[in-house]
Design a protein around this ligand. Structure first.
Ligand SMILES: O=C1O[C@H](COP(=O)(O)O)[C@@H](O)[C@H](O)[C@H]1O
Length: 246
């Protein structure tokens, strides 16, 4: 676990996206220089997708062919549903840069290879993570991006749920997400905590209490954001409104 989280405080959501975007490019370029490739976990949500749009226009220093793209969670709905995080990521970035399709790891939709069997779809993503884990059950991602809800949820890990409490599986199915749509697949706390760096992208006054709990190490079963950290760094990109309680 990394020590104290770093807090990058900016004025508003657009500055937040730019600050995280610049750091994203630097981190991928450095990883590619050191290890030949980079491994990034994308997130959905307003800032997560805005960051991808920023990278579409400003990410030309990245060798996109040498990036593994993972997803922290996705909605178990049909492939064409607008709610899919992976579909939003494709439209915002992945369809516009030279990624290797074999290195983009998407969670199965409800009309995909496993049909409506959400447990089989979650198990398949766990298998993929383990295949790329270099002997561990998931990769040591360079960066795991996270959005966050006002109640502190990250990925599809909500307060006081079995998915949040999971400490063995790297991926689980969620059947009753309090935020719609109810059926989701998500990386768990141990999988997130394999990341070298965990970055939170959070804007808005309604998230200030959760930011304070996450940065200050609040009760992890009540505040999912407080249960994860990077092995090398944990970075909170927050706007002025979200950081008001720090
Ligand atoms: O449900 C989800 O929400 C979070 C945060 O979304 P935001 O729009 O409030 O930033 C997101 O990070 C997560 O991936 C998603 O499935």
């Amino acid at each position: 676990m990394s020590a104290r989280p770093e807090v990058v405080e900016v004025t508003d959501a657009s500055e937040l996206v730019e600050a995280a975007g610049r750091r994203f490019v630097e981190t991928v370029v450095a990883a590619q220089r050191e290890r030949g490739s980079a491994s990034m976990v994308l997130t959905g949500g307003s800032n997560g997708i805005a960051l991808l749009e920023w990278l579409r226009d400003n990410g030309s220093d990245i060798d996109w062919r040498s990036v593994d793209i993972w997803f922290g969670d996705d909605r178990f709905v049909p492939e064409a549903d607008d709610e899919r995080n992976s579909g939003q990521a494709r439209d915002a970035l992945l369809a516009h840069v030279d990624v290797d399709p074999d290195r983009v790891f998407v969670m199965a939709p409800s009309d995909g290879a496993f049909g409506d069997d959400i447990d089989a779809a979650a198990a398949d993503y766990a298998r993929l993570l383990a295949e790329h884990g270099d002997g561990a059950d998931s990769p040591a991602f360079d960066v795991h991006l996270l959005g966050m809800g006002g109640e502190g949820h990250i990925n599809s890990l909500f307060p006081h749920t079995d998915a949040l409490a999971e400490r063995s599986a790297t991926v689980v199915a969620v059947e009753d997400s309090p935020k719609p749509p109810p059926r989701r697949i998500t990386l768990t706390v141990p999988a997130v905590n394999r990341a070298r760096q965990v970055w939170f992208l959070v804007a808005g006054a309604e998230k200030a209490e959760a930011v304070a709990a996450g940065v200050g190490g609040g009760d992890a079963s009540a505040w999912p954001c407080a249960s994860v950290s990077g092995t090398e760094a944990t970075v909170w990109f927050v706007d002025a409104a979200a950081s008001a309680d720090l």
